[in-house]
Design a protein around this ligand. Structure first.
Ligand code: NOJ
Ligand code: CA
Length: 709
């Protein structure tokens, strides 16, 4: 519902704005014709006055010389249901203010639209058509500022327009040094600027406010980075560059920028529970969404990441040229993972355990020299290696009721992918593939573009749109960070776009606090294919003396299925590692990844998260509790359970002597009868976690299980 409260000609140069519950307020003002905004929560300043506007590539300024032409305001109060998600319905409740500005000297116009929620403020810039007699312009700089109210504690990633696969550093804003971060293991690591960090940026003020700075609905624009002015504790937007010197975004009217978003609450839990980023995206544009489904999968994948594991490639040859190699004439090196026999083994494991799908990486030719060389034509996405019999693999999968997930690693060559995408999707259709994992390892092609720049943003979005036309679900790795586009295109199931579990296999890994920060940052924009569920924690299991390991306990790997939202979840470890621990694997079999309800029971960024979610398929509840390197007792209150019902709680916990470093695989499983009056403290080991499934108890359960919590 949209109610217009007022539309008036405005002689004032100040607009005061309020959220529906009057929790958050904002003020827009022109000071000597320069636009500024500020934001408060109650009486507490969250953002001090900061500038708005642009510098254009032709040298003209769009950040001063303005008058207010009109102000329009009103309320949006609507409910919508995500196709896949964390809630069955979401309320979008905010006040909007559209402030039409004009530069009398240039006759240019620009509208700034604000939305005020009780949990935050967002704004974007809108340009009408025609614009100053033309339909295009080029942005040299976005001058938006975020003037923070103090030297907050911040959880940040170093600025890099080509990778978000860093671990988080926690420091005061004034102590940020982005050049101090270790980028080993990141192919596109670059040291850019000590003062530049990425979004989403999570902060905590000395007064206990949680503040998230991010963007929503990024499309046809460059992703936003932040440059810190240390003296003023103020960030300025840095748009990811294009290859054209002096141009960061190419605008064609009518157009609008993404939303600049500031979420705020005195409870960390509210940040995780908020749907503000999704709400700022356009409603679903697909008319038929019945083909979009949650997916639990295994894959020929971890075996390529572990030390001494199998290979994506087929032969030991230095370099091949796509389309000019006779693959059957090459001598296989014998370590190829995606062989027919091996894939059938995974299909059997998936079918035997009720998993939906199998991902096969390395099925297609081109992996011999695929990464790091900035080559344009590496993969054709349609030619299987000689030892991968696509006909028999797909028909066997069909006979066992399992889907196959297509893999398109582009090695960053988006041009090559765009040229071959239709044929690649045709092959998927022919063989019945319904979902797709893409990858963008390496420097992008067109050369000079960045992963986060406007051209690549449009590429990722184009893939999602074309995939939607073909009824294909997408899971993108190494794309720009998602900003809620899955509301508009729910076939975008998830992205990686952060440091995933894979880094634990071959780098110094993800510190135990990593998974307590991601939901406060990266996951605000959409589901993450983190690939949890590693049971064999230490890589020395595969290679004597190998120092790499997953930096969690086994029980915490289970908890991640609940704390780390994604409608596509992998059981990432090898089948043989699960077969040795089927009692713990039962949780992965049972857990769902599409939910009707979510309760954030407790959370503190960098320290711990405890979440309960209700599965859409069964109505059962699942709980995940995780901690950082410190052990703790999670507070679990089951008052969300249905009244008058008893449930069986199966608790997958760290054993008393477990800890992530020295004894990560020690777990214990217990069953209890519980109801909505049950409250308890659950011990989590250092780097540990706990997963709980809750299903309605039968009479038999009640007589069998005597333990109460
Ligand atoms: C990086 C992806 O994140 C990973 O999952 C994949 O296995 C490799 N690229 C190869 O495509
Ligand atoms: Ca990756």
């Amino acid at each position: 519902m949209l109610t217009l409260l007022s539309a008036f000609l405005c002689a004032e140069s100040r607009v005061v704005m309020l959220s529906p519950g009057e929790v958050v307020s904002g003020e827009f003002s022109l000071v000597d014709s320069v636009p500024y905004y500020e934001m408060r929560r109650g009486r507490v300043p969250v953002v001090r006055p900061g500038r708005m506007g642009f510098l254009l590539a032709d040298g003209s300024r769009l950040d001063c010389g303005f008058v207010i032409d009109s102000v329009e305001s009103g309320t949006i109060d609507e409910r919508w249901s995500p196709v896949l998600g964390q809630y069955d319905t979401i309320r979008n409740h905010c006040r909007f203010y559209r402030i039409a500005l004009r530069q009398p000297a240039s006759r240019r116009t620009m509208t700034v639209e604000f939305r005020l929620y009780d949990e935050g403020l967002a704004f974007r810039y809108i340009f009408d058509n025609p614009w100053n007699g033309t339909t295009h312009f080029r942005i040299a700089e976005e001058r938006t500022e975020f003037a923070m109210s103090g030297a907050h504690k911040a959880f940040w990633l170093p600025g890099n327009f080509d990778s978000n696969e860093y671990y988080y550093t926690t420091s005061r804003l004034s102590d940020i040094d982005a050049t101090a971060v270790d980028g080993s293991g990141i192919g596109t690591h670059r040291v850019l600027d000590p003062d530049m960090v990425q979004t989403p940026l999570m902060m905590k003020t000395r007064g206990g406010l949680y503040v998230s700075l991010f963007e929503a609905a990024l499309d046809d624009y460059s992703a936003m980075h932040l440059l810190l002015d240390r003296q003023r504790l103020s960030f300025r937007v840095v748009l990811s560059p294009s290859p054209v010197p002096g141009v960061r975004a190419f605008m064609q009217t009518p157009c609008r920028t993404p939303w600049r978003t500031l979420m705020v609450s005195d409870r960390a839990e509210d940040i995780l529970a908020s749907s503000m980023i999704l709400n700022l995206n356009d409603p679903c544009r697909l008319t038929d969404t019945r083909w979009i489904k949650p997916i639990k999968y295994v894959g020929v994948w971890w075996e390529m990441h572990i030390p001494g594991g199998s290979a994506w490639s087929y032969a030991d040859v230095p370099s091949v040229k796509i389309g000019q190699t006779d693959w059957t004439a090459l001598k296989p090196h014998g370590r190829h993972g995606a062989t027919t026999a091996n894939v059938l083994r995974y299909i059997d494991f998936a079918a035997d355990n009720g998993l939906d799908a199998v991902l096969v990486e390395g099925w297609n030719v081109g992996w011999e020299e695929w990464s790091g060389n900035w080559k344009e034509n590496v993969f054709d996405f349609v030619t299987p290696y000689p030892d991968f019999d696509i006909d028999s693999v797909t028909s066997y999968a069909r006979s066992r009721g399992v889907e196959l997930i297509m893999h398109h690693e582009t090695s960053g060559s988006a041009t090559n992918y765009e040229r071959r995408m239709t044929e690649a999707f045709d092959l998927m259709e022919r063989y019945g593939y319904k979902s797709l994992k893409t990858g963008y390892v390496g420097w992008p092609i067109p050369r000079g573009e960045t992963h986060d720049g406007q051209w690549m943003v449009n590429h990722y979005n184009r893939v999602v749109r074309e995939a939607a036309e073909r009824h294909i679900m997408v899971n993108a790795h190494e794309p720009v960070r998602p900003t809620g586009l899955s509301r508009t295109y729910p076939n975008l199931l998830a992205c990686e776009a952060a440091r995933g579990n894979e880094f634990n296999a071959w780098s110094k890994g993800n510190p135990p606090e990593h998974e307590t920060i991601l939901p406060f940052t990266r996951l605000l924009g959409g589901g993450m294919d983190y690939t949890p569920g590693i049971f064999e924690i230490k890589m020395s299991h595969y290679q004597e003396g190998n120092p790499c390991q997953v930096h969690t306990t086994l029980a915490k790997q289970l908890a991640l299925y609940v704390t780390m939202y994604s409608p596509i979840q992998m059981a990432a470890d090898l089948p043989e590692n699960y077969l040795r621990r089927m009692d713990a694997f039962q949780f992965i079999r049972d857990v769902e990844c599409d939910w009707t309800d979510t309760r954030i029971l407790e959370a503190e960024p960098g320290d711990y998260i405890t979440v309960a979610r209700r599965g859409k398929r069964s109505g059962d509840w699942f709980i995940g509790a995780i901690t950082d390197e410190r052990g703790r007792k999670a507070r679990i209150d089951l008052s969300f359970l249905d009244p008058g019902c008893f449930y069986v709680a199966t608790v997958y916990a760290d054993a008393p002597d477990a800890d992530w470093k020295d004894n990560p695989m020690a777990y214990e499983i217990r069953q209890y009868i519980v109801d909505r009056r049950t409250k308890f403290r659950q011990r989590l080991a250092p780097g540990g976690g706990c997963a709980i499934s809750l299903r309605r108890a039968t009479l038999d359960d009640l007589s069998r299980i005597k333990d109460k919590l």
